[in-house]
Design a protein around this ligand. Structure first.
Ligand SMILES: [Zn+2]
Ligand SMILES: [Zn+2]
Length: 378
């Protein structure tokens, strides 16, 4: 039994990756149907994120054909059996980690490490019964990267939909689901940024620029943005960076150390996922400080770590994939309603679904300054 308040179309448009290395194609496919414990969203907007790009390029292994897109806002248009946490008509946002709620990690309160999410969604492109909800008209399956949100509709487990108050702009709130969710986990959880902290952010694209805004919100005294592009550094300043370093023009480690009296920063965030920037961020950390690794790298990438330096200087290296959906998303929504988190300042472009293949190509060329979102019905 599903309940619905409006007549739904039978088909929808979605951004499909046929094979890694190819260009996305906008296809018309059947609208998916939610099963027990799931809801169907009419997608308002979906962010154009670098992690999708890794999948598109085949740098992160993922089954194909697939529908990408993993940070969405939208309206609940149908609920599956057993869902009583949200109702049809509710505006919601969904984080890209969709916790199962029952595995060991979820029971420990670490739903950012949900075992079934990684096993079934990230490795197989399905939901928790081992099947995808997305198919072509001929019945052949399409893998779901998270909810497969780069589409006009998507199915999301009810554990991953969080109501948005009406005062919060619905389309711009899409980026709460990945850029803000990822940054919040890094800044609040892994980095534990405190009032008065000095931090560096290496690479200030969509997630990195959000790290800048959140670090300032949590009271960081100095936030040094590091990037190779002047326009990204200028945008980071507008979001609250107190200083910037163009790493194409000067040695970023020396520059950050100079700007912190030679000592280094309390927390350095590496948001790109490259061996050289990982090493740079590590070199910026003060004795007893923390490197938070946020950037996703190609699957086989590794970075050298100077063992004795890390041991003798008491340096912590912490990975951070996302925030904790159940505990953190309500807080993220509240902070957004209070305008402490301002997604509209981070979003730099709004594109149509048909322009999404081109938007990922521009993202690959470093031509998107902050975050682009696809608005499904502009
Ligand atoms: Zn993302
Ligand atoms: Zn779980």
């Amino acid at each position: 039994m599903v309940s619905e308040a409006e007549a739904l179309p039978r088909t929808m448009r979605a951004a499909v990756l046929e094979r890694a290395g190819e260009r996305l194609r906008i296809e018309t496919i059947p609208v998916p149907v939610p099963r027990a414990g799931e809801v169907l969203l009419r997608v308002e907007a979906c962010g154009v994120c670098h992690t999708d790009l890794h999948v598109i390029r085949g740098e992160v292994a993922f089954p194909t054909p697939a529908v990408v897109g993993h940070e969405v806002s939208g309206t609940v248009v149908q609920v599956g059996p057993g869902v009583d946490s949200v109702a049809v008509g509710q505006a919601v946002v969904s984080p890209f980690i969709m916790p199962c709620g029952t595995c060991w990690a979820c029971r420990q309160g670490r739903d950012d490490l949900c075992e079934r999410f990684f096993q079934l969604n990230r490795l197989r492109g399905t939901l928790y019964d081992g099947e995808t909800r997305l198919h072509r008209a001929d019945g052949s399956p399409l893998a779901m990267y998270s909810m497969g949100g780069m589409a006009e509709y998507c199915v999301v487990p009810a554990t991953s939909v969080f109501p948005l108050p009406s005062a919060v702009p619905l389309a711009d709130s899409a980026i709460l689901g990945c850029a803000v969710f990822t940054a919040y986990g890094a800044v609040r959880r892994a980095g534990d940024v405190r009032p008065g902290a000095r931090v560096a952010v290496v690479a200030v694209g969509g997630v990195g620029s959000t790290v800048v805004q959140l670090a300032r919100m949590l009271g960081a005294l100095e936030v040094i943005a590091v990037d190779v592009r002047e326009e990204k550094l200028a945008a980071a300043r507008r979001l609250g960076a107190t200083d910037v370093v163009n790493s194409a023009q000067e040695d970023p480690v020396r520059a950050v150390r100079e700007r912190t009296g030679g000592r280094g920063v309390d927390v350095a965030f590496e948001v790109l996922g490259r061996p050289e920037t990982f090493a740079q961020a590590l070199g910026m950390v003060r004795d007893g400080g923390t490197l938070v690794a946020v950037g996703i790298a190609p699957g086989d990438a590794s970075a050298p770590v100077p063992i004795t330096h890390v041991v003798r200087r008491g340096i912590r290296i912490v990975g951070s994939f996302g925030a904790r959906a159940g505990a953190d998303m309500p807080t993220i929504v509240d902070l957004t309603a209070a305008q402490r988190i301002r997604p509209s300042e981070i979003i730099t472009e709004r594109v149509r679904l048909e322009d999404v293949p081109e938007a990922y190509e521009r993202l690959a060329r470093g031509q998107i300054v902050g975050r682009a979102v696809a608005v499904m019905r502009p």
